[in-house]
Design a protein. Structure first.
Length: 304
């Protein structure tokens, strides 16, 4: 006799097909919202098995007439790529607007940068791990990160100017570099030149973990004055190589976001998940900007 407590045969494989495959800790929760006592992925497996035995077309038609996403059991319309683009644009507008505010306030309120950093970290963790996406918290994260980026950008610009007064345009170059990197990665992904498969995800996971360990060690070293306060990143050629590696790693991580968003749209996830998708993309873009900003600042300060 078959034990129903573990689901029907093939349910586990079917569930895997309906789960967003990504190493981004934010986007990995897409589609994992609760739709039953056993969780979204498990319910998807049971649904797939039921559809195979009763007829996919009949069930999808019935769910559509009831205003339910086919195969998800969730009410409302399915997420589209335009939803993700719109939410991302809104987040970026808020981020840029608050970045200007952060830039203006930092000279008189230097503590604001650290405060925004800590609040942004808390909001980031909350948005990443909560089961139900809350748009206000995503928007608040974008605002707080904007203040932080504005403040940290001001600091970097001041450091560069103190060492190399003739160097101008640090922030604009970092912004342009971020946009160019985003465009290139999107083109490579859209053209399927970069294929996000299991091997790619494993390599990225190992690289991200390794880089995180190096960054933590660099932070500790910076506290002892290594690299002029930049840690390992400020140690000559080695520092520039590490910075360049960080830029490439952040840029290639965008492909994991693109893949997760594409898969979520194909799965017909609820429209509210567009907020989680845009949030995950925003996290990577912020990381990419910071890596490019640091690289440009170190290169500028190393010039005679």
């Amino acid at each position: 006799a078959h034990d129903d407590t573990h689901g029907p045969p093939g349910a586990e494989d079917a569930a895997k097909e309906h789960t967003v495959q990504t190493r981004n800790p934010v986007l990995s929760r897409i589609g994992n919202t609760e739709t039953g006592g056993s969780g979204y992925a498990y319910d998807e497996g049971r649904s797939a098995y039921s559809q195979a035995t009763t007829g996919l077309a009949t069930m999808d038609a019935a769910q559509a007439n009831a205003g339910i996403h086919p195969g998800t059991g969730s009410p409302g319309r399915a997420v589209t790529l335009n939803d993700v683009i719109t939410k991302t644009a809104v987040n970026l507008v808020i981020l840029v607007a608050l970045a200007i505010v952060g830039w203006q306030l930092t000279p008189s309120m230097p503590w604001l940068v650290w405060g925004a950093l800590l609040v942004g970290l808390v909001l980031g963790l909350a948005n990443a791990f909560m089961k139900q996406t809350k748009p206000p918290l995503v928007l608040l994260y974008a605002a707080v990160q904007g203040v932080f980026l504005g403040g940290i950008s001001y600091w970097y610009d001041e450091m560069v100017q103190s060492v190399n007064p003739e160097y101008t345009g640090l922030i604009s170059q970092a912004i342009i570099g971020t946009l160019v990197a985003f465009g290139v990665m999107l083109a490579l992904y859209s053209g399927r030149i970069i294929k996000v498969n299991g091997r790619f995800a494993r390599i990225m996971t190992i690289a991200i973990i390794s880089y995180a360990v190096i960054a933590l060690m660099s932070l500790v070293a910076a506290l002892f004055g290594v690299g002029g306060g930049f840690g390992f990143y400020g140690v000559g050629t080695l520092g520039i190589i590490l910075c360049a590696f960080g830029v490439l790693l952040a840029a290639f991580s965008l492909n994991l976001d693109f893949a997760a968003i594409e898969q979520g749209v194909k799965m017909g996830l609820p429209e509210r998940e567009s907020w989680r998708m845009s949030f995950g993309l925003l996290v990577t873009l912020v990381w990419l900007y910071l890596e490019i900003l640091r690289l440009l600042a170190i290169v500028a300060m190393s010039r005679d």
